[in-house]
Design a protein around this ligand. Sequence first.
Ligand code: PLP
Length: 373
Amino acid sequence: MAFSLSTAQSSALGDAALKRSNWSGLIEAYRPYLPVTQSTPVVTLLEGNTPLIPVPRIAEIIGKGVRVLVKYDGLNPTGSFKDRGMTMAISKAKEAGAKAVICASTGNTSAAAAAYARRGGMNAFVLIPDGYVALGKLAQALLYGAKVITIKGNFDVCLEIVQEMAANYPVTLVNSVNPYRLEGQKTAAFELVDNLGDAPDWLCIPVGNAGNISAYWMGFCQYHQQGKCARLPRMMGFQAEGASPLITGKIVTHPETVATAIRIGNPASWEKAIAVQQASQGQFNSVTDSEILDAYRLLASEEGIFCEPASAASVAGLLKVKDQVPAGATVVCVLTGNGLKDPDTAIKHSTSQYYQGIEANTTAVAEVMGLNN
Ligand SMILES: *Cc1c(COP(=O)(O)O)cnc(C)c1O
């Protein structure tokens, strides 16, 4: 079907809407900032360009005229920000002639690697910790056609194995130690600046392997150098208390948290993350599982935004350090993944009223609704 807009129509549509309707993936959108050439085969599912959504109820809790928005990266094609890095890593792997890729994953990397690898005509091998991957993520990796291998060990152990495999076998490593991953992920910072007109005052972000916080900072710094933003944000990283090596300064051998996507005891980008915290005058803090779950329910029930538990760590963290937020500041919390990834945790930790097995008649239904007197 032929469809084109007149100039008048397109200006009525507005720049943002036009950009959305013409979106052809983040590599095309930010090509001058990325290590690709005309001969790089772009493997894309039109990732990126995710919404930046105001969360007024959360802003109200903080008060002081603070504006809070969430970058809902759970709306990427496979449901997490990992797609941003994967479009780059897989495109570059294909350019280099790779036939197969490998990764260790707490779940989302495996889903993204599987989808993009198969899209690019390559095989994907994914190693995940046995019993600690959310059901939706496992379902994705399997259906996208990866070879899924569960390991009797945590993520950190899986990462050691895949690094060794990639060094000794013809498989390309696509974990965030692959520099192209961070190149792709930095585009989320570009989108924030493009949306807000400047960088936010604070960026609150969940931290596991610390690749994403490092990537955002790289993006903000590059845009700043290009004069696209006047300021740089304070980078506020949040880890789960049971997996908080960046706060304690020590490797955690047995990380534990309900937020499985950040259940990491020895972050691959540890030094990078410390450098980001220092350069941005930011902070690392930890949040408990119960704070994470409170923020998780709050986002869903008060703002209509369903993210996964790890993502809610950014909002839990903001609420925890709310007294430090400057009056009138603009704060962005990154919601890294979609709540649908982990239905078990949602149902287990829901506090909503849930009536099961009610008789199939209006009297019985009215009764549980509280409408009978
Ligand atoms: C991977 C992931 C994180 C952690 O990102 P890092 O780059 O490892 O710090 C957080 N949340 C979700 C949903 C993820 O998939």
